[in-house]
Design a protein around this ligand. Sequence first.
Ligand code: MSP
Length: 527
Amino acid sequence: MPGKTFYLTTPIYYVNDAPHIGHAYTTVAGDVLTRWHRQRGERVWFLTGTDEHGEKVLRSAEANGMAPQEWCDRLVESAWKPVLRTIDAANDDFIRTTEPRHTTRVRAFLQGLYDAGQIYEDLYEGPYCVHCEEFKLPGDLKDGEGEYAGQLVCAIHGRPVEQLSERNWFFPLSKYADRLLAHYEEHPEAVEPASARNEVLSFIRGGLTDLSISRSSFDWGIPVPWDPAQVVYVWFDALLNYATAVGLGDTEGPGVEQYATTFPADVHLVGKDILRFHAVIWPAMLMAAGQPLPRKVFAHGWLLVGGEKMSKSKLTGIAPATVVDHFGSDAFRYYFLRAIQFGSDGSFSWEDMSARYTAELANGFGNLASRVAAMVVRYFDGELPAATDPGPAEDVVRDSAARAVATADEKIGALDFSGGINAVWELVDVLNGYLTEQAPWQLAKNDVDRARLATVLWTAAEGLRVLAVLLNPVMPKACAALWDSLGAQPVLGDLAAQPVADASRWGQLPAGLTVTKGAVLFPRLED
Ligand code: MSP
C-alpha cells in the first residue's frame, strides 16, 4: 500500500448564510498549503465542505420559508461551492453532512460507541448558544449590553443563550482528560500556535464535563440509531466529516485503502473560536473508537471589523467576490496570507490592501516580470540569450534564490505563510535591485556590452523562474501567466509539477526559449 497522503481539512461551514471573507480566509490558507505540499512532490488530499444540520441551519431555513434540505441545497450550490471558484481553491473533495456517505458512517460510528458501552442517557440542563451550537459553561458567558442588558449572553456572539432541559445521550468526555493531557505532552506540535496549545491545556486541566451528543427538541439532524426520537448533536455529526469523507469504518470498496492511507489529518485548519471542539472533543471521540489522532490542529485568528470578529449576523461580513472582483483572486490570496500573521487576528481594510497591491504586486513583482520579458523581446527578438559571463552580481542573485527556496519551504511548511512570502519577496527585491544596478537598457546601447546584456537578462529570467515556482501556490493565475511568458513549459513541463526542492538549482532555463511579453500580471487599478 502507498505511504501516507498529506491530508488537510478546513472546517465545514454552516449553511445558515452565505460566505464572507473570514470563511474564505481559512480555505485560502488550506489551498496554499496543499498546493505547496503538492509541489513538494507529496500525495495530497484537501477536503472542505458544509455543515448542514442543527438548529441554527434549521432556523434560517424556516426564516426563509423553506424546508431545511431545500435551503441547504440552494445555499451550497449558489454560494458555498461558487466561492471556491472565486478564490481559486483546488480542493479534492467537498463533503456535505446531509450526504448518505456521511450520515450512514456517522450512524455506524455512534452505534459502535453505544455497543461498546461508551454512551449513556442523562438529563442535560444548562445554557446553549444556538449561534455556536454549543453547550456553554458558566465561564463562557458574560453580561449582556444594550438590548440584552441584565441577561447573560454568549461571550462570542454577545447574544442571549437558551436554557435547555432535555433527556439526551451522553459521551463520557471527562474520562479522557488524562489521556488528552498525556497526548499533548508527548506531541507538543499537535496544537499550534503556542497560544492555542496553552488554551487547550488549561481548559483540559480545568476538568472536562461529559458531553450531551443528542438533541430531542427538533429533528433536523441524523437520527440516533437506537433512539430515532433524538438527532445527533450537530458538532458530533460535523467533526466526523473528517473521517467519513475518507471512508471511516468501510470494510470493502475504495474507502478501505483511502482511509488507511489518508486518515488521520496532517492538519486540521480551524478558527480559534472552534479550537476546543477540534482539540478536545474530536480526539476524545477518536480515542473512544480506537482511531488515530490528528497530527496537528492549527487555530488561526479572526478577520476583524471595528475590532470585532467579522460576521454575517452582525452585518459586518464582506463577500469574497466583492474583494476578488476588484483585486483578482491572486491578490486576495496573497494579501490575507502576507498581511496577517497566521495565528493572530487581523483587520481588513481596502486602503491597506490597495497600498500593498500597488507597491508589492503591481510595482514589485508584476513590473519586474514585464520589464524582463519586454527587454528579451526587444533586445533579443524574444529568444532567451545565454549567460556567458556571470560574475559576483549574478552570484548574489543565485544565492538569494537559494535562500528564498530554503526559508520559504521551512516557513510555509510550519504554516508561517507571511514569513514564507517575506522570504520570497527578498528575491523580488534583489532582482529589482539587480536590474537597477546593471541597467540593461544602458548595456543595450553598446554592442561591446552585448555579452553583459545577455547575462543580465538570462539571470533575471532565471530568477523569475524561481519566483514562479515559489509563488505558484499563492498566486496560481499570475504565475501561470509568467510561466507562459518565459516559454518554460515546453522544456520544463507544467508549473505545478515543479518541485520546490529543485527550484533553486541554477541554470534550468535553457538559452533559446521563446519569451513573450504576455499579459500584465497585476494591472493598475482604478480607485
Ligand atoms: N460548522 C462549524 C465548523 C464545523 S467543523 C467540524 C463552524 N462553521 S462556521 O461557518 O461558523 O465557521 C467556519 C470557520 O470560519 C471557523 O473556523 C471560523 O473560525 C471561521 N470564521 C468565521 N468568521 C471568521 C472571521 N471573521 N475571521 C476568520 N475566520 C472566521 O464553526
